[in-house]
Design a protein around this ligand. Sequence first.
Ligand SMILES: Cc1ncc(COP(=O)(O)O)c(C=O)c1O
Length: 632
Amino acid sequence: MPTASNGNGHSGNGVIPISESGAPLVLGGLAIAGSPLDVAELERLANEMFRAGPEGAGLGPDTPDVPEVSGESIMGELPVVPDRLNGTAVGDGSGSSPEPELLQWAYLVDGAVPSSPGAAPAVEPDPRAAPATPSAPKPMPAADPRTGSAPSSAAGAADLFALHGERLSLAELGLAEVPRVSAADPAAGSYYFMDESRSFATSETSRGGAPSPAAPGTGTSAYPAFDVQAVRRDFPVLAEHVHGGLPLVWLDNAATTQKPTAVMSRLDYFYSHENSNVHRAAHEMAARATDAYEAARDKVARFLHAPSSDEIVFVRGATEAINLVAQAWGRQNVRAGDEIVITWLEHHANIVPWQQLCQETGATLRVVPVDQSGQVMLDEYEKLLGPSTRLVAFSHVSNALGTVTPAREMVEMAHRYGARVLVDGAQAVSHMRVDVQDLDCDWYAFSGHKVFGPTGIGVLYGKADLLNTMPPWQGGGNMIRDVTFERTSYQPAPVRFEAGTASIADAVGLGAALDYLQRIGIENVNRYEQDLLAYATEQLLTVPGLHLIGTAPEKASVLSFVLDGFEAEEVGRALDQKGIAVRAGHHCAQPIVRHFGHESTVRASLAFYNTCAEVDTLVEALRQIVMRGVQL
Ligand SMILES: Cc1ncc(COP(=O)(O)O)c(C=O)c1O
C-alpha cells in the first residue's frame, strides 16, 4: 500500500514514514520513539536545512556564513522600478516606443479573429455572420493567444519583482487606524461567525472584548531547537498579539497559510505600478499587467513541473477548479451507468461537485475505504475500478487527517482502467514537491491561499489535449475567439476557462509566494515539517486522554485529535483564549471525521514557520485543559 521508499527513508510521496502504530518515528536518522527528542540534533538539522536553501533563506542573523540582507527580512529590498517599466517600452523590453504592429495586434485582441492552432472544435462561425470589417488589421502571427501580447524578450515584470523585503506600513497605505480589537465575545467565549443561528449583522456586538489574562510562555520552551526566527520575520502577522497581549500561535495552516512580506509587497507593487486589465487595450499598463499575470502562470507551471503554461488555468481556488472539471468535462463525458470514484478522505469540495454530477447524469459515486490509520486501502480501491469507471478524484493530502495518499500509484491504477484522474492538491502543495508529470494525473487543483499566496486565486492544471477538448464552463470576456449573435467560438486553453476579469493581482501574488517557497526549498520545508510533526506527535501523545485521529505512515504536518471528556469546539475556544489558533470542527470533511466516530476534532496544522516552542505552548495549554477544564 505505501509507495516505495526512495532510498532516503522518504517515500515516493516525499514524506518520512511513521510506523503502522502511528507512534514510533525515525526521521532522517533521528529516532524519537520511546526516548526524548534529541534537541541538539533537531537544531543541527534545522540549521542544515536552511543552509541548504538556495539563498541561505531562513538563517538567523547569528549565522555567520550567510550575509544578512536588508533589515529584518531575508528577502531583500524592494527593487528600483526598472527603466522598462518607467519608460514607454511595451512587451519587448527594448525601451523603445510601442511598435505600430503591437497596437494593431492589441486592437485585434478585442476585435478580430486570429486563427489559433490549439483551438478546440467549438461552435463554428456562422457563414451568414457579418464579415470582418475591412479595416481589421492582419494578425501578428507570433502573438500568444494567452497573453494577447507580442512575445516579450525581457523577463516579465513579475520576474523582476518576485522577492521583496519591505512592506509599506499601514500608515503609508492610509490604513493607520485599524482597530486592534478582538472579534471575540469573552463572555460567551465564542465568535459570531461560529454560530450559524446568528446573522453577520450581529458581529459588531461581539467586538471590543477585554484582554484575556496571562500570555502563554512561548519563549520559555525547553526546546529552542530550531532557529526559524529569520523565516518568521518574513511573516509579519506571526508577530501579532491577540486577546489584548497574547502572542499569536498560528496552528491553522490547513485552513489558510500566512503571507510573507514578499507576497504583500508584490501585491502593493502591482497596484502601484502595473494595474490594468490584462490581454486587452493598446497601452503600456495593459502590457505590464499582462506580463506580470502571465509570468505568474509560468511560475505555477514550473512549480508543478507542468510541460506548458498553457496547461495552467487560473481559478478562484481548489473548489472552483474541481467544479470546473465536473461541469465542463463531466457533463460532456459522464453518462448514466458510469461510475465516479472518490475516497473517504475527501474534502466536501471533492465530494459535492461529483454528487451533483451524478444526480444530473445518472452516474454512480463509489467511495474507497480507508484503514484505521486513515490511509486509502489500495486493494479495495482496485476492486472499485472497472470499465464503468470514468473518473477518479482524490486528495493528495487529507485536510482532516494529514494522510498523504499514494497518488502516483492511484493514478496509474485508474489509468489502467481508462479512467481520468483529478488530484486535489489543496493540502499538498505547501508541504511537498508536486510533479504533475511524475504523477501523470489528468488534472491537479490547488488554492493560492494555502501555499502562502493570496485568497481568491487558485490553479487547475490539466493536460493540454484534455483541456482543449473540454467546453468552457462560463462565458464572457476574453475567452472567446469570435462572437456573433448566432455563434461563439472559443480560445484554446487556458484562456477559454478564464471568462471575465481574473484575480490578476492575486495571481501575481501567488507567483511571488511560489518564488518565496522556491527560495527556501520545498524539500527543506518538507524535511523540517516532518521533524516538527514527529516532535508534535510525540508531545501530544503525552497529554492524558488525547487521541490522535489519523496516524497513517505517510502524513503531512496535520494533527487531528480528540480529548476525552471535552468537545472539540470547547477545546478550540479554550486554546484560542491562550492565543493558539487551531481548527475545531468537521474540517469540511464530515464523512471521514464521522468514519472515525466523531462529529468534530481539534486540528493543529503546522507550517515551516512553526516552532517546537509553539508545539510546547499547545501541549501545555492542553494539559491545563485536562487539569482545570476549559475555563483554564
Ligand atoms: C483537501 C482540500 N480540498 C479542497 C479545499 C477547498 O479549498 P478552497 O476553499 O481554497 O477552494 C480544501 C480547503 O480546505 C481542502 O483542504
